[in-house]
Design a protein around this ligand. Sequence first.
Ligand code: 13P
Length: 253
Amino acid sequence: MKPTPLIAGNWKMNFLPSEAVRWLESFVEQLELVPHQHADILLNAPFTHLLPLAELAEGTPVRIGAQDVSPHQAGAYTGEVSGPMLKDVGATFVIVGHSERRAYHAEDDTLVNAKIIAARTESLVPILCVGESEAQREAGEALPVVLGQLEADLQGVSLRSSGELVIAYEPVWAIGTGKTASADDAQEMCAAIRSALKRLFPRLADDMRVLYGGSMNPENAGELLSKPDVNGGLIGGASLKIDSLLAIIEAAA
Ligand code: 13P
């Protein structure tokens, strides 16, 4: 049986905290009017938004996550935010290794691996992002690049249950570009990711969630989410609009 789809917004650096609170109030009201019980719903917000959003989301179907975590637990790391801090304000998930952080903040697989372990230490669920660049895909290297990231990023990670880790396949060339991987290409890569997960976590991989991310929108979500190894979406631009996110949730049914 397919795992329950996870529809996860990645708000990136958008909305003021006060705007985010109004957005969530309105979203929760409108969510009640559409079928949504078939999916888990998550919003990954900037650090400054987490506390008010998590308080507001309590008792609703919406869960709140962060977009990054320090590999350290506490100490002299100016500007960093730790796993214990995220947990304390009510975040339950955290995006790790997003391609924007790999590109603009020089995050390599060693750091991403340390962040995954830091998140797990606090029982946060990491959403590990992997994906190839356009040049890598054109050179026929997409598969080894993605599987190489996966293996390096998950070194020494042990899991007790399938819900403790989520993988997001996010081809870099599809992020924020309006270009989407075809549903067949997304399926092929997500299936390859699951095969690799079977080697790492033999008992759990069938039930682990592998998401697709990259210009997912209400028009293409239904086809992408219908694929057997695509268990949800990590959604940037379209998660900022209530109508679009609700339409993607409906498409996951
Ligand atoms: P877009 O949906 O805006 O392409 O962003 C995808 C993404 O980076 C999600 O993490």
